[in-house]
Design a protein around this ligand. Structure first.
Ligand SMILES: N[C@@H](CCC(=O)N[C@@H](CS)C(=O)NCC(=O)O)C(=O)O
Length: 232
């Protein structure tokens, strides 16, 4: 059984998408980041970065003590290796998946995250910051769109590279993007959106609908973090 420390955000959806796709049994442990659950000592023991998602695998392939993993990219890779699913075994195919997984982790995720912050959440609109992140998000969409010319998925078969990227395209309107400008990306997005495992993964979020993030209430908790947050 996998315990998934989860909230209803893009990085949380990545892991429910994988687990649903692979058919691995799991139990969700909600970590309401709007009310400060990410700072609870038991969570920090497995996720020292005070961010979801994290997992605890109670039946690791090597046996013995449970294994915990934080960082969504590391979790996807761990689960793919555990199950042999959604990652190719051939070296050349595998490295294709890995480079796009890391592209998402180091590029699309952080840039779209800053886009959400300055475009939607920041208390004052700073045009330089908004332009910077909206344009960089558009550049990354174009990179993915080009990659998807004549390809159904990012790297061969449907893989953890697609799963990592998809939830960060879902809020494209919030990011100031128009999918019609990226026809290959749009076709890929709609293909993944229709997968039964994707539908089931996003249904998991419904259970927490009542507790959706209220940015105004959670503003000081989420956007006021510094070294002191970690050191206290
Ligand atoms: N690089 C991390 C980022 C995780 C992340 O930013 N998680 C957000 C939700 S998507 C979070 O837990 N935020 C809590 C906070 O800001 O205190 C990953 O991919 O796992």
């Amino acid at each position: 059984m996998i315990e998934l420390y989860y909230w209803t955000t893009p990085n949380g959806h990545k892991i429910t998408m994988f687990l649903e796709e692979a058919g691995l049994p799991y139990r969700i442990v909600p970590v309401n980041i709007g009310s400060g659950d990410q700072f609870k000592p038991d969570f920090l023991k497995i996720a020292p970065n005070n961010r979801i998602p994290a997992i605890v695998d109670h039946e690791p392939a090597v046996g013995g003590e449970p294994i915990s993993v934080f960082e969504s990219g590391a979790i996807l890779l761990y689960l793919a290796e555990k199950t042999g699913k959604l990652i190719p075994s051939d070296l050349r195919d595998r490295v294709e998946v890995l480079q796009w997984l890391f592209w998402q982790m180091g590029g699309l995720g952080p840039m779209a995250g800053q886009n959400h912050h300055f475009n939607r959440y920041a208390p004052e609109k700073i045009p330089y910051a908004v332009d910077r992140y909206v344009n960089e998000t558009a550049r990354l969409y174009a990179v993915l769109d080009q990659r998807l010319i004549n390809r159904e998925f990012i790297a061969g078969e449907y893989s953890i590279a697609d799963i990592a990227a998809y939830p960060w395209i879902v809020p494209y309107e919030t990011q100031g993007q128009n999918l019609a400008e990226f026809p290959n990306l749009k076709r890929w997005f709609e293909t993944i959106q229709a997968r039964p495992a994707t539908v089931r993964a996003y249904e998991q979020a419904e259970a927490f609908k009542e507790q959706q993030l209220d940015i105004e209430k959670s503003r000081s908790l989420l956007f006021n973090q510094s070294a002191k947050t970690v050191q206290r």
